[in-house]
Design a protein around this ligand. Structure first.
Ligand code: ADP
Length: 480
């Protein structure tokens, strides 16, 4: 193709503006990676100008103002532009976006209005700029209303007639429950009589899944799993009818931001094979956490949101089951109060466990650089970043074999284990997790084998370049 492909990406969050989870990483990093390809893509990003965004940090130029129709009367949208690493970013403001103090609220109607308004304003913006996207790329339920609107209009709207659509699922269970009535007020009706199950007719993500030309998830493993009852959030039968349009593209890792050779926040920077230097990070961490200064004793770690998804509840009993094995552990996370309490109790009961209940990016880095193993017992994991970061820092993952974890970690005991980078287990039970840790502890005793695991993990290339190439191929399929 001679002229660059034009892609309009809509997301609820994107780094560096605002980041709550993996979606923020993808939406923030993928545009620059697409622009860095040999055949660059003219990708532009649209975000809500959330109250949570620090407006003083960016040079924001007002570029457009228009109204969006609503049952209670038109609502003004104002658009500001800035540029990040060569990517034009459009930030949309308006009353429904200003109405909630946080990026996501617990009030479904607030979020419904915010994201329906945002999605419609993003489409209107393209028209106002007279910038015709070849592909509209939406992420999760928040921007699915744009796909819905486009499917209603495309046939009779000359401007968008040749725009194709892609929906990326980062986390299927977030369907946008309760947001439907707010969408209806913006003129987006329920998908009555559609092949979706009846209960999903007025939910934004299912309607996005119904109307998107193509769908992808953030790993191949998760793309297959969402077709099953266990992971399909009740949509698996419907999704099977769309199976030909569903693919998986693994998220990349920002290999510069996560690099033990240059990380300014760790005690001693280290590269491949520099195990003594890595050991200094372990010692510093043990000291910081007031654990025994016992470098030979394995240090287990866990870093995540305390959420049922992450299987945090499996950890206390798993650790209790291996209490005889001489290890120390650190748990860093915050979220569900019950899970936080369970971690605190473990800290109280065991002198060799520290539970640190907060979000602390710098401490997370010191843990990746100093701990021996990272426990990731997720019930489901669309992609997961922690296992990639851990491997890059020589911290060996012990993870449940699901979604992106299964796709990125090669189990030590799998066939052809000479490529192995960690330990995987199947059942979401404390026993299965405990057994996997036991297997890891056994191998830990053999330094040569352990260093092999670390070395292979550190050598893995999880760069965004590969993912960007796959997104480009998908975009190209859509416009042919
Ligand atoms: P998810 O997006 O589902 O939360 P990911 O594994 O994709 O999970 O990404 C989690 C990211 O958040 C990783 O960069 C991890 O280091 C970081 N993180 C999670 N919890 C904490 C915490 N309590 N303190 C610091 N960083 C955290």
């Amino acid at each position: 193709m001679s002229a660059p492909l034009r892609v309009l990406t809509l997301a609820a969050e994107a780094a560096p503006f605002v980041k709550i989870g993996g979606l923020g990483d993808v939406a923030g990093t993928l545009p620059a990676a697409l622009r860095a390809l040999p055949a660059p893509v003219d990708v532009r990003l649209v975000l809500p100008l959330h109250n949570a965004i620090d407006k003083t940090q960016y040079a924001l130029t007002p570029i457009a103002s228009f109204t969006i129709a609503h049952a209670d009367g038109p609502i003004i949208a104002e658009v500001f532009q800035t540029t990040v690493k060569g990517t034009p970013v459009y930030l949309i403001s308006g009353a429904p976006i200003a109405a909630s103090p946080t990026v996501y609220s617990l009030d479904a109607s607030l979020d419904g209005s915010k994201f329906a308004f945002f999605s419609l304003a993003a489409l209107e913006l393209a028209r106002t700029l007279n910038w015709r996207p070849h592909v509209l790329h939406a992420h999760d339920w928040h921007t699915s209303p744009a796909l819905h609107a486009l499917s209603l209009r495309r046939a009779r709207d000359e401007f968008f007639r040749s725009t194709s659509t892609l929906l990326t699922i980062h986390n299927l269970p977030y369907l946008g429950v309760g947001a439907g009535p707010s969408l209806n007020k913006f003129g987006l009706p329920p998908a009555q009589g559609s092949p979706l199950p009846k209960w999903a007719w007025n939910l934004p993500l299912p309607i996005g899944l119904l109307t998107a030309d193509k769908i992808n998830t953030v790993s191949q493993g998760y793309a297959a799993e969402i077709l099953t009852p266990e992971f399909g959030s009740g949509l698996n039968e419907f999704l099977k009818t769309r199976a030909d349009s569903i693919t998986g593209i693994l998220n990349g890792l920002d290999m510069e931001a996560w690099n033990p050779e240059t990380d300014a926040q760790i005690k001693t920077r280290f590269g491949l094979g520099e195990w003594d230097k890595r050991g200094r990070n372990k010692m510093a961490l043990l000291q910081e956490l007031n654990l025994d200064a016992a470098p030979k004793r394995p240090l287990l770690a866990m870093i995540n949101r305390m959420d049922n998804q992450k299987g945090v509840d499996l950890v206390p009993n798993a650790l209790r089951g291996i209490a005889d094995r001489g290890w120390q552990a650190v748990i860093l996370g915050s979220g569900d109060p019950d899970l936080e309490d369970a971690a605190r109790r473990l800290d109280d009961d065991f002198s060799n466990v520290r539970a640190i209940i907060r979000y602390d990016g710098a401490l997370a880095r010191r843990i990746y650089a100093g701990a021996d193993m990272l426990l990731i017992p997720s019930r489901y994991e669309p992609c997961g970043l922690t296992q990639m970061i851990a491997m890059r820092y020589g911290c060996v993952p012990v993870a449940r074999a699901t979604g992106g974890l299964r796709d990125t970690i090669i189990d030590y005991h799998a066939k052809g284990q000479k490529n192995s980078t960690g330990f995987l287990f199947e059942a979401a039970t404390p026993e299965a997790l405990g057994q996997a840790i036991r297997r890891a502890l056994d191998i830990y005793q053999d330094k040569r084998r352990w260093h092999g695991l670390q070395r292979r993990g550190m050598k893995r290339n999880f760069s965004w370049r590969r993912s960007a190439e796959k997104y480009l191929a998908l975009y190209e399929e859509l416009v042919i």
